[in-house]
Design a protein around this ligand. Structure first.
Ligand SMILES: Nc1ncnc2c1ncn2[C@@H]1O[C@H](COP(=O)(O)OP(=O)(O)OP(=O)(O)O)[C@@H](O)[C@H]1O
Ligand SMILES: [Mg+2]
Length: 367
C-alpha cells in the first residue's frame, strides 16, 4: 500500500494543491481591490457540500493578508459571531496599529477608544456593543491605510447574528470605511423567505456560484499527483477516474486517495484496484454528501426526488407530478424549492436533473 501525501478527503481541510479556482479567486481579489463601497466588495459564495467553499475562504484569507488586509478568518455563523470577528481583527490588525507616530499625534486615535494597539479601553470594552467596536476598528485601520476583510462560513442568512453583521457592514460602507465581506453557504442559504433587510443586502451583493471543476483540470492534477506519488496508472484508467469525479472537489480527493491506498507496492494500479477505489469513493460520498443533503429536506422534497430517480436521464416535471399523484402546480412548488436548494437543476424546458453526484443512485438503493 502506498502512502498518500497528496490527497486529503476531509471537509475544511486545505488541499496540498488548490485545483481550478484561479478565476474565482481572481474575481474575489478584484472585488477587494475595487473602491470601498462598491458592490464587488461584498460577495456571497454559494455551492453544494464539498464544492470547496471553506478552502476557498481560507485561500482568500491568505491572499488578502498579502495585500495588506486585516482578515477575520472564516467564522462559522453562531451566537458569538460578532465577538469572534472583533477579536480576530484585533489580533491580526495589531501590527498595523503600533505606529508610535500615530500615538503621539493622533488625538483621534485616543478618541476612538483604544488604549494600546487595537485593545479597547476597559470602559469601552465593558460597555459598548460589538457593532460599535467593529466600527471603531474599521475607522482606526482605515486611518492607518488598511482594509478589513470579514469572512463568514456556513451562512445562515436568517440568523440574528447575520442581521447584525449586515447592518453594521452597511453603516461602515456608508462612512466610506475600507471594509469587505465574503460569506459562503449552501445554495439554499439565500432564499426568498428571508427577512427583507438581509435579503435586500444579499441580493445587492455580488453572487458567486461555485461550479464543478473542469475535468481537464482534474486530469492534469491527477496526472501530476500520480507521477509524484510513483503510481503507474494508464491513461485510460486515469480518464475513468477523472470522469467519475464529476468535477466535485470532494470526490476528486476521495477518488485520488482511494486509488493511492489500493495501489500495489510497486505503484501499479490494476483494473480491479481502480474499480474498488471508485466504489469505495462513491460510498463515502453518498454517506457524507447525499445523506446529509437529504436530511435537510422535507418529506415531500424527498418524494419529488424519489419520483425523479425512476428516470435514467432528465425528468419531465409532468411525469414527476404524475408519480407523486399530484397536480403539476403542486409539484412545481417542490421543483422550485429543490432548485433553490441546489439539489436539482433545469435540464431543458420542462425537464430537471440531479445536481448532486450519485444522488440518483443513492435514492434508488434506499428504495
Ligand atoms: N479547488 C480544490 N482543489 C483541491 N481540493 C479541493 C478544492 N476544493 C475543495 N477541495 C477539497 O474538497 C474537500 C471539501 O472542501 P470544503 O470543505 O472546502 O467544501 P465545502 O464546500 O466547504 O463543504 P461544506 O458545504 O460541507 O462545508 C476537502 O477535502 C478539500 O480539501
Ligand atoms: Mg465548508
Amino acid at each position: 500500500m502506498a502512502r498518500d501525501t497528496i490527497f486529503s478527503p476531509s471537509f475544511g481541510n486545505r488541499p496540498t494543491y488548490l485545483v481550478g479556482r484561479e478565476a474565482v479567486l481572481g474575481r474575489l481579489i478584484a472585488g477587494l481591490e475595487s473602491v470601498p463601497g462598491s458592490r464587488e466588495r461584498s460577495t456571497i459564495m454559494l455551492g453544494q457540500r464539498g464544492t470547496g467553499k471553506t478552502v476557498l475562504l481560507w485561500e482568500l484569507a491568505d491572499r488578502a493578508e498579502g495585500l495588506g488586509f486585516v482578515v477575520a478568518s472564516p467564522t462559522v455563523v453562531s451566537e458569538d459571531l460578532l465577538t469572534r470577528v472583533v477579536e480576530k481583527i484585533q489580533e491580526r490588525g495589531a501590527r498595523y496599529a503600533r505606529d508610535p507616530q500615530n500615538r503621539l499625534t493622533g488625538g483621534s486615535v485616543g478618541a476612538l477608544g483604544f488604549s494600546v494597539g487595537l485593545e479597547f479601553s476597559p470602559e469601552l470594552q465593558e460597555t459598548k456593543s460589538n457593532q460599535f467596536k467593529l466600527t471603531q476598528l474599521a475607522r482606526r485601520l482605515t486611518q492607518a491605510g488598511h482594509g478589513i476583510l470579514i469572512l463568514v462560513d456556513e451562512l445562515q442568512a436568517n440568523s440574528p447574528e447575520i442581521r447584525q453583521l449586515v447592518t453594521v457592514y452597511q453603516e461602515m460602507v456608508g462612512e466610506r470605511l475600507n471594509v469587505a465581506l465574503v460569506m459562503a453557504g449552501l445554495p439554499g442559504a439565500v432564499s426568498a423567505t428571508l427577512n427583507d433587510k438581509v435579503l435586500t443586502f444579499l441580493n445587492r451583493s455580488s453572487r458567486l456560484e461555485l461550479a464543478p471543476l473542469s475535468l481537464g483540470d482534474v486530469d492534469a492534477y491527477y496526472s501530476r499527483a500520480f507521477h509524484d506519488l510513483g503510481l503507474s496508472v494508464t491513461d485510460e484508467r486515469r480518464a475513468r477516474a477523472v470522469e467519475f469525479t464529476r468535477g466535485s472537489p470532494y470526490l476528486m480527493q476521495l477518488v485520488g486517495h482511494n486509488i493511492v491506498v489500493r495501489a500495489a507496492a510497486d505503484g501499479a494500479v490494476s483494473d480491479d484496484d481502480l474499480a474498488r477505489a471508485l466504489s469505495a469513493s462513491q460510498a463515502d460520498f453518498e454517506r457524507d454528501v447525499c445523506e446529509t443533503t437529504l436530511s435537510s429536506l422535507s418529506g415531500k422534497d424527498v418524494e419529488f426526488l424519489c419520483a425523479m430517480a425512476r428516470d435514467d436521464g432528465p425528468s419531465r416535471t409532468a411525469d414527476v407530478a404524475d408519480r407523486m399523484d399530484a397536480t403539476v402546480d403542486y409539484a412545481q412548488k417542490y421543483r422550485r424549492r429543490l432548485i433553490d436548494a441546489g439539489v436539482i437543476e433545469v435540464a431543458s424546458r420542462g425537464y430537471v436533473r440531479f445536481a448532486v453526484p450519485f444522488l440518483r443512485d443513492y435514492l434508488r438503493d434506499r428504495e
